[in-house]
Design a protein around this ligand. Sequence first.
Ligand code: SLL
Length: 172
Amino acid sequence: RVRVRGLNIFRPIIYGNTAVVLNQKEREALTTPDHTHRWTVAVRSAASAPDSEIVGGADDLSYFIKRVTFKLHDTYANPTRNIDKPPFEVSETGWGEFEVQIRITFIPESGEKAYTLYHHLKLHPWTVVGSGEPEQPPLETAAKMGPVHSWQYDEIVFHDPFQSFLNTLVAH
Ligand code: SLL
């Protein structure tokens, strides 16, 4: 297999989460009534859906991503979640924020090492620093404020890629 020396090729992604406050009915329906939020953490293409909402974009990353592993907080059952096809996401309910480890494994033909990211799962609304507002507003207030979004942009860079992998990447 031949490497294309001196070449960097990158693919833009977004990763992060959306969270909503559960209403009373939804909370009562859970086996874990202490859970206050429903959230989705995901890795998505940053390029595929320029005109759609961040969370609703088309997902076409499987041509180079084989698996995304989301490692949740140990308070969750089976905290290591392997997702082998798009959408590369995990939805759960919970009560607290924590760091999610996101490990992206590429297709074997790529010969690339896995890439690890960290995302702070955000449940509580963003507040203005120094505004005097409480950092964590009451749940009813948060519910009225609507979904919380916390997404970041990143570029996965492949350095000296194999010729065949480069072909795969540019064909999409
Ligand atoms: C905190 N360091 O104390 C964080 C931990 C853990 C979040 C947050 C649900 C777990 C479960 C859940 O929300 N865990 O009941 O399955 O804020």
